[in-house]
Design a protein around this ligand. Structure first.
Ligand code: ADP
Length: 473
């Protein structure tokens, strides 16, 4: 317990985890936004602008021989706001379009300057890019030079100048906006986290408190199915567990009451009779000794049943398999009931049936079923046994014409210590363990079993085992 407590302390609660998760997510998204919008905006913009300028220079160079080169340059200049120049190798300007209100380095350069650029472009393999700040206004310009090859074999220089609009103002605006967004997101995130964690953790906390009470033995506790689907499923499962625990507890109480009652009654009788025989002359009769022997027998049965069942349930009991004739085995059991002269035990079978099973345990199954049938037999005191073989399986059924079992109890009778009639008369009913032993033995064998019963008409208990195939016999 102590260790568990210590571990609990180190673990974060659901609320804290959800809130922390939300805050972390909001923070990461915001940091990403900040980095993208402020730090990386300028390099992004510059890269896009450079790409655009290069595309313009490429298209002019491609159409260098076009008779419409002039109008093409003019249109592009108007549309995109760049300055376009085309010069020949000796610096003469062939085409020149510039935005009148924008600065231009090229326009200011003389022929010598243009020749110098041509040389530079040639030196760099026919294309070069440079960014520079204009002398007057401090605006940033991109200059892109590209050599164009005319059909006549001449090399002309295409120069495109593009201004990079300062994005500082935009960045500042974005920063203010981002600050607002950050604050709103943090507030929203915290609110949402608080709301969600209350919705999720609330039912779980309530459930944990109920579970504690269940652990303390309050089996009446019920878990309210609320909140998320998984949580409400958990509540249903816990309710089922509580009902099962309550059933087990009830059974335990009944067992204790039954076993102590069933132990005490024969003991009282034995002690009483023994004392009478000791103290009263003439009471030492064979009848009285028989009572003591019968009661001791009853005690032995009870203790044996209890031992058998606990061994079977603990899985400690292994089957000792052997091949034997089930018909003969049942026949032998029935001869033991011969002394019950009032009862009739008709046994219908077709012939010997070889099975591979634990003979002793299967005999115990038959005994228990026949004993029950005797206990609950009808007025005709007839217990009919049938043995039929079908599709490689043998089915044995034990039928009585007694009071029958209510349909809603048919499943429960296989449970330990279960008795349909709790206020039973001692002479009539056993320990409530018989059918549980039957069930355990048949399940160990992998056999099928069941019961059909009609109230007032009687019951038929049956079980099935595989028959050893003839070719193996
Ligand atoms: P018990 O020792 O009480 O007979 P069992 O486990 O053998 O215990 O049977 C459980 C309960 O099933 C019995 O208490 C009885 O209510 C019911 N039962 C079993 N066999 C029969 C039967 N042949 N006819 C009617 N009720 C039966």
């Amino acid at each position: 317990m102590k260790g568990g407590g210590r571990r609990e302390k180190r673990q974060l609660g659901l609320r804290a985890q959800i809130t922390a998760g939300f805050c972390l997510f909001a923070l990461l998204s915001l940091v990403l936004l900040w980095v993208l919008q402020t730090v990386l905006l300028t390099p992004f913009y510059r890269a896009i602008k450079t790409g655009e300028t290069r595309r313009i220079a490429d298209s002019i160079a491609k159409d260098i021989d076009s008779p419409n080169l002039d109008s093409l340059a003019y249109d592009t200049c108007l549309r995109t706001g760049v300055n376009i120049f085309v010069t020949d190798p000796i610096g003469r300007s062939l085409v020149a379009y510039r935005q009148s209100f924008k600065e231009s380095l090229i326009a200011d350069l003389g022929r010598m300057g243009r020749i110098a650029i041509f040389d530079k472009v040639n030196l760099l393999g026919g294309s070069y890019t440079e960014t520079f700040t204009s002398r007057a206004g401090g605006a940033q310009l991109i200059l892109l030079g590209k050599v164009a090859h005319t059909a006549g074999g001449e090399h002309w220089l295409v120069l495109v100048e593009s201004e990079i609009t300062p994005v500082d103002a935009t960045v500042d605006t974005l920063r203010v906006q981002l600050l607002c967004v950050t604050l709103v997101m943090l507030l929203l995130g915290a609110g949402l986290a608080a709301f969600l964690s209350r919705r999720m953790a609330g039912p779980l906390t309530a459930m944990s408190q109920s579970a504690k009470r269940l652990g303390e033995g309050d089996y009446t506790i019920r878990f309210a199915p609320q909140g998320a689907r998984e949580v409400s499923e958990l509540a249903h499962t816990l309710n089922y567990a509580a009902a099962e625990l309550s059933k087990a507890d009830q059974t335990r109480r009944e067992l204790l009451a039954n076993v102590s009652h069933d132990l005490r009654t024969p003991l009282t009788m034995i002690k009483g009779y023994a004392e009478v025989m000791r103290d009263l002359p003439g009471e030492n009769t064979p009848e009285n000794v028989q009572v003591i022997i019968d009661e001791a027998g009853r005690l032995t049965d009870l203790v044996n049943d209890l031992l058998d069942l606990s061994r079977l349930e603990a899985g400690a009991d292994r089957l000792t398999l052997s091949r034997f004739d089930l018909t003969a085995c049942i026949g032998a059991i029935l001869t033991r009931y011969d002394k019950l002269a009032d009862y009739a035990f008709p046994f219908h079978y077709d012939g010997p049936v070889l099975v591979e099973a634990d003979e002793l345990k299967i005999s115990q199954v038959v005994y228990n079923l026949v004993n029950n049938a005797i206990h609950y037999a009808g007025a005709d005191k007839t217990i009919t046994l049938r043995e039929t073989v079908e599709e490689g399986r043998v089915r044995v059924s034990v039928t009585d014409t007694g009071e029958g079992i209510p349909a809603d109890k048919l499943r429960d009778i296989w449970d330990r210590y279960y008795k349909v009639d709790k206020e039973h008369r001692r002479a009539q009913v056993g320990t409530g363990l018989g059918l549980s032993i039957v069930k355990n033995i048949l399940e160990l064998h992998g056999g099928l079993y069941g019961v059909e019963s009609t109230l007032g008409e009687g019951s038929t208990f049956w079980f099935e085992l595989p028959v050893v195939p003839e070719r193996e016999t």
